[in-house]
Ligand binder design. Structure first.
Ligand code: FAD
Length: 389
């Protein structure tokens, strides 16, 4: 069965989606059109929109990839990718907020105890936003170099440190925080903790004034002698780095779905404009240089789509997808940067105006080459995996 006939781009994709996936995609598409897209420009100016997020929670979007036993929609990585792609066509900021939430909930689902899952995952499906906190002011790419520490005092874990650039910082109810539990060890000296926003000693620091995805919240987190019970440890002591890296493999599929949706949104504006705008007596779409830019957009979009669903399928089949997810993320982020840049070029002076959206898309697109592993770090990962077989 041919599952998706994208008439708009004249391409067929031979990839089968289930009826449930198609239903969720349709629901998300409608919701995006009616509720998210109209607010995209407003969020770029005024930031995270509380009223919209109330509706997102009421409509069950928080729990799309979580099993029904935890109140979710029972989706998987393919479903999540379908949903984030649709949402990103309306607002990359909203999609990034959900991506960070899903990254954190995926960790609780895969590594939490039965009690931790019961305690947190129902909330994650219904009304609580989660965040994932690895990066620090002095350690981003070099994640093993984090300095936040957790010491066990006989009854409690005591956490100290600062996290930087945390998506959903300040709007989350639960934070997954990575901290050093053994100074002498490198990656194996890092553990993961569940930290509730109300925990004494936990506070939110500087809110970042960002170039793009301005409708998402990004903040510093401060931990000052936070006391956590033993039950706050996620996974085993020393497993934190492994847990984080596994989760990031999956998150790179999600971030690529967002990049894809943004590319498609930019392409749509560029194509409509190219058909209507005339120069030298004919629509600019008939000028070869403009057609070339549109052709390149389509090549990038189609390749991203194919790589993305294939990698999501690998995740759903529980096959290791570290290299594939890294390649996908490099490709999708570079494709969306070029697509948004070319969309501005096709719109000429109007492309440079805030009124035509594509300048915002370019600002939004830049994050995909940085967050969840920069292109440089991911190329190193792909290269080393290619050579060390
Ligand atoms: C909007 C936004 C949201 C974010 N959300 C989160 C979040 O929710 N949770 C979280 O934990 N983090 C988050 N981050 C942090 C993000 O993951 C880091 O910014 C990213 O990993 C890069 O780290 P850095 O900023 O410290 O850059 P650095 O590591 O300092 O790197 C700076 C530059 O040097 C390059 N570089 C570094 N090392 C090498 C090397 N060995 N070889 C070649 N080049 C190298 C990098 O590629 C980059 O170009 C977010 C960041 C942003 C901007």
């Amino acid at each position: 069965m041919i599952a998706d006939l994208n008439k708009n781009k004249g391409c067929i994709m031979l990839f089968e989606f289930t009826d449930e996936q198609k239903m969720i995609q349709k629901m998300v598409k409608e919701f995006t059109k009616n509720e998210i897209k109209p607010l995209d420009m407003e969020m770029d100016r005024n930031g995270f929109n509380d009223e919209l997020w109330k509706k997102i929670k009421e409509n069950g979007l928080l729990g799309i990839p979580l099993p029904e036993e935890y109140g979710g929609a029972g989706g998987n990585a393919v479903t999540g990718a379908l949903a984030l792609r649709e949402i990103s066509r309306g607002s990359a900021s909203v999609a990034v907020t959900l991506d960070a939430h899903w990254l954190a909930t995926d960790i609780v689902f895969h590594h939490g105890t039965r009690e931790q899952k019961e305690k947190y995952l129902h909330k994650a499906s219904e009304d609580s936003i989660f965040a994932f906190a690895l990066t620090e002011p002095s350690a981003g790419s070099d994640a093993a170099g984090i300095q936040s520490s957790a010491e066990f005092d006989g009854t409690h874990w005591v956490l100290n440190g600062t996290k930087a650039w945390i998506t959903n910082g300040g709007i989350s109810d639960l934070y997954i925080i990575l901290a050093k539990t053994d100074e002498k060890k490198s990656t194996k000296g890092i553990s993961a903790f569940l930290v509730e926003a109300e925990t004494p000693g936990f506070s939110v620091g500087k809110k970042e004034d960002k170039m793009g995805i301005r409708g998402s919240m990004t903040s510093e987190l401060i931990m000052n002698n936070i006391k956590l019970t033993k039950e706050s440890l996620l996974g085993k002591v020393g497993d934190g780095f492994k847990i984080a890296m596994m989760a990031l493999d999956g998150a790179r599929i999600s971030i690529s779905a967002i990049a894809l949706g943004l590319s498609e949104a930019a392409r749509e504006i560029a194509v409509d404009y190219a058909i209507q705008r005339t120069a030298f007596g004919r629509p600019i779409a008939q000028h070869q240089s403009v057609q070339n830019m549109i052709a390149n957009m389509d090549i990038g979009i189609r390749n991203t789509e194919l790589m993305m669903f294939d990698t999501a399928r690998m995740k759903d089949l529980e096959k290791r997808h570290t290299k594939e997810a890294a390649m996908l993320k490099i490709y999708s982020s570079e494709t969306t940067m070029q697509t948004c840049k070319d969309a501005i070029q096709i719109l000429g002076g109007n492309g440079y105006s805030r009124d035509y959206h594509v300048e915002r898309y370019l600002r939004d697109a830049k994050i995909f080459e940085i967050g969840e592993g920069t292109s440089e770090i991911l190329r190193m990962l792909v290269g080393s995996m290619s050579l060390n077989k």
